[in-house]
Design a binder for this molecule. Structure first.
Ligand SMILES: [Zn+2]
Ligand SMILES: [Zn+2]
Length: 349
């Protein structure tokens, strides 16, 4: 079968490998779509993310092709999502309700862990199907389900925050994560949602997602406008940083009230400066948020099926598996204005 192998920075190769055969307890899935995640794009350019050979692809959907002996969680022909964050099920984080911070997550995640075979391939083998496969509800398209990684991060961040009904919310960065934060904050009962985003096209999406205001952080009059809106409390009760850029972190903190919460969701390799003498007197509650849990994927699938969470905001572009490297390069240059590029390894189901 066809697969794309990662050998190291700037080194992806289209290879022909044996189609895996499921052993006892394992499941083989025929990949319909696999998203190119930002993690894959970063790993293509930066050392230190994948320091090993592997076949990437940790967010895919497909049809169960074959099941090994003793598997009873799925059957041949089932539509499933594959590859949410791996976890070991036995460490302290896993046993205290935080599987997304499992200390053994990396080696256990398909398409991320050393030597794993992810879904940049025609078929993907799940060794822990109970943990890695999610039934896609009837009435939900595969193209919607494959967005679980795109939308899960923002959903988790709002659930992890102290946002309460009636609170004002600021979101800086309106990419896929920011849009998901906005939709979730709307559902959670936020009063005003003030979104900051440099690109006009994304500001339009922020309004569609449910933001009350979409402002340009580089425009002093827009920054003034946000301050006026938040004048009563001198900032939002909860702010979400969803771009990862140091400037966006600064805007986010500036827009938060004393004793308010700053949720740091965006991910970026650059350091940013926190001056304790300036921030300390505000007693900000800084909190990080990382990925999402399996339970949250089930919740999102239900919300999407019920029409309460929209996937229409997230545009996708389908391309053949062979174009993986070309598309990763385009994504890193910002040349593809879509929420997800989906690799299609075979015929579309
Ligand atoms: Zn991802
Ligand atoms: Zn664990």
């Amino acid at each position: 079968m066809k697969a794309v192998k990662y050998h190291g920075v700037h080194n992806l190769e289209l290879v022909e490998i044996d189609k895996p055969a499921p052993g006892p307890g394992e499941v083989l899935v025929k990949v319909a779509y696999c998203g190119i995640c930002g993690t894959d794009v970063h790993a293509y350019h930066m050392p230190g993310i994948f320091d090993w050979e592997l076949i990437p692809g940790h967010e895919s959907v497909g049809i169960v092709e074959a099941v090994g002996e003793g598997v009873d969680c799925v059957s041949v022909g089932d539509r499933v999502a594959v590859g949410p964050p791996g976890d070991c099920g036995s460490c302290y984080s896993c046993n205290t309700g935080h599987p997304n911070t499992c200390c053994n997550a990396f080696p256990n995640t398909l398409g991320i862990g050393p030597g794993t075979q992810g879904a940049y391939a025609e078929y993907v083998l799940s060794r822990f199907p109970q943990n890695e496969l999610f039934h896609i509800p009837e009435g939900m398209a595969l193209e919607q389900a494959v967005l679980f990684d795109v939308i899960g991060v923002g959903f988790h961040a709002v659930r992890r925050s102290k946002l309460r009904v009636g609170d004002d919310v600021v979101v800086t960065g309106c990419g896929s994560i920011g849009l998901s934060v906005i939709q979730t904050a709307r559902m959670a009962g936020a009063k005003n949602i003030i979104a900051f985003e440099l690109l006009e096209s994304k500001r339009a999406l922020a309004l569609k997602a449910g933001a009350d205001y979409a402002l340009d952080p580089s425009e002093p009059k827009d920054v003034e406008k946000a301050k006026e809106l938040l004048a009563h409390t001198k900032g939002a009760q909860v702010s979400f940083e969803a771009a990862g850029h140091p400037d966006s972190v600064r805007t986010c903190i500036d827009m938060t009230m004393a004793n308010g919460q700053v949720m740091l969701v965006g991910s970026d390799g650059r350091p940013y400066e926190l001056v304790t003498a300036a921030l300390g007197p505000m007693e900000y509650d800084l909190k990080f948020s990382f990925t999402y849990t399996k339970k949250e994927i089930h919740m999102l699938f239900d919300l999407i099926t019920q029409g309460k969470f929209s996937t229409e905001l997230y545009t996708v572009k389908k391309v053949p598996l062979e174009e993986a490297e070309k598309r990763i390069i385009q994504l890193s240059k910002g040349e593809l204005d879509v929420a997800r590029v989906l690799l299609v390894p075979g015929e579309e189901p």
